[in-house]
Design a protein around this ligand. Structure first.
Ligand code: SF4
Length: 402
């Protein structure tokens, strides 16, 4: 029944349509009886028929894609090097962060820490200061932990398996470094690659599902080119197509696409509705009251806990919930401080991947000692305050300059 359904589906998809020529259908006769549990994986069996078609589409992809990449790729600093350290730093910085936002940070970071050894030996405060504003601060800490391991072992690991043992390095990053720095035929599958491949193959599987990623990684690995120079840039070429032509927000720019003739999503008119992604769970909203406490030209700061969100960074003292001015005054007194002039009320919102902070801030003069974990700073220059507090940081800088 299942096989009949699959064949019917294949025939329906391939008769009376415009588009690429499909390969002939091959049915492999299996002489052994199928084990019972195989009967339950109908989805995989149905999936297997168009896979041949996908494989054919993808096998023709590398030559036009690589030629296009060599002519059109953006000139980015990490593409001019084979140094695994520099490639690794760029890959970590680019996680969840746009290229334009990374460029300045990348240059400053490498100027300060030009080698893994220099990063391994860096004071944490300096590292966090250089990372300030880039977000996802655990990335910086993991970079340093990994730099220490690399220094101890006397050099970078050059295989995906070994790269995966470094803190902060997952499948994608390991494959990106292994291919670009060491010419390993490893597929680095990020959001760009998922989008490009699902559109090219007209695949409607949920890209949030780990199995889809695994399938796509296997498909890309199959079509990796042979020549070393091509291997080093193949992952980048797929990502570049996704970032600049087969774009995420808005319709793909198919008229400019070097692989349009191969694209099943384009031929069937489905590209714009791909990839399919199951909706994420809604973020949790947290309300906070943030205090910009000014005393004799200094601002109160305190260090966040060593684990959890924004671990170990500096923050303006704050409490859970939104407090009206009277309750905010009571909170200040509870810290052993006496409120003086109330200067300003501000609001801000910051979105993390899983939580949103809705913040109300009060800037006010205070007197008194305050708790031991408060630091009174006359400049923010030496303190890494995360961008979640950017609106307040701006205000504090203005206050301290006055
Ligand atoms: S033809 Fe369009 S949908 Fe297909 S890969 Fe190119 S840009 Fe993406």
């Amino acid at each position: 029944m299942l096989i009949i359904h699959s064949i019917t589906r294949y025939v329906k998809r391939n008769i009376g349509r415009d588009g690429p020529v499909r390969p002939p259908l091959r049915v492999k006769i299996c002489k052994r009886p199928l084990p019972e549990k195989r009967l339950s994986i109908s989805r995989s069996l149905c999936y297997n028929l168009p896979m041949n078609e996908n494989a054919m589409t993808l096998s023709r992809l590398p030559p036009p894609l690589l030629a296009w990449y060599r002519e059109n790729a953006r000139d980015l600093p990490w593409r001019r090097t084979r140094d695994p350290y520099r490639i690794w730093v760029s890959e970590i910085m680019l996680q969840q962060t746009r290229v334009a936002a990374v460029l300045g940070y990348y240059a400053r970071f490498l100027e300060a820490f030009p080698t893994a050894e220099a990063l391994a030996a860096a004071p944490e405060e300096r590292l966090m200061k250089l990372w300030e504003g880039l977000g996802y601060y655990s990335r910086a800490r993991n970079l340093q932990k990994a730099a220490r391991l690399v220094t101890d072992r006397g050099g970078f690991p050059d295989t995906c398996e070994e790269l995966l043992t470094l803190p902060g390095v997952g499948d994608y990053t390991a494959a990106a470094i292994a291919s670009a720095a060491f010419a390993r035929r490893e597929a680095a599958v990020d959001g760009n690659v998922l989008r490009v491949i699902t559109r090219l193959t007209d695949c409607h599987d949920d890209i949030a599902a780990p199995q889809t990623k695994k399938n796509i990684r296997a498909q890309v690995r199959e079509i990796f080119p042979e020549a070393e120079a091509d291997v080093r840039i193949f992952n980048q070429s797929l990502m570049e197509l996704g970032a600049t032509v087969c774009v995420p927000n808005g319709p793909p720019k198919c008229l400019l696409c070097p692989v349009r003739d191969l694209c099943l999503g384009h031929a069937r008119g489905t590209a714009e509705s791909l990839p399919v992604k199951a909706p994420k769970k809604a973020r949790r909203a947290e309300e906070k009251t943030v205090f910009l406490l000014l005393r004799n030209g200094c601002i109160a700061l305190r260090k966040r806990p060593e684990t959890g969100l924004l671990a170990g960074l500096w923050e303006f003292p704050n409490v859970e919930r939104t407090l009206a001015e009277a309750a905010a005054g009571a909170a200040v007194r509870a810290w052993g401080l006496e409120p003086g002039a109330w200067k300003k009320r501000l609001t801000a919102r910051h979105i993390f991947s899983h939580v949103e902070w809705h913040m109300t801030g009060y800037a006010l003069e205070v007197s008194g000692e305050g708790p031991e974990d408060f630091t009174w700073a006359d400049t923010l220059e030496h303190y890494a305050v995360p961008s979640a507090f950017a609106r307040f940081t701006e205000e504090v800088r203005r206050e301290l300059e006055e």
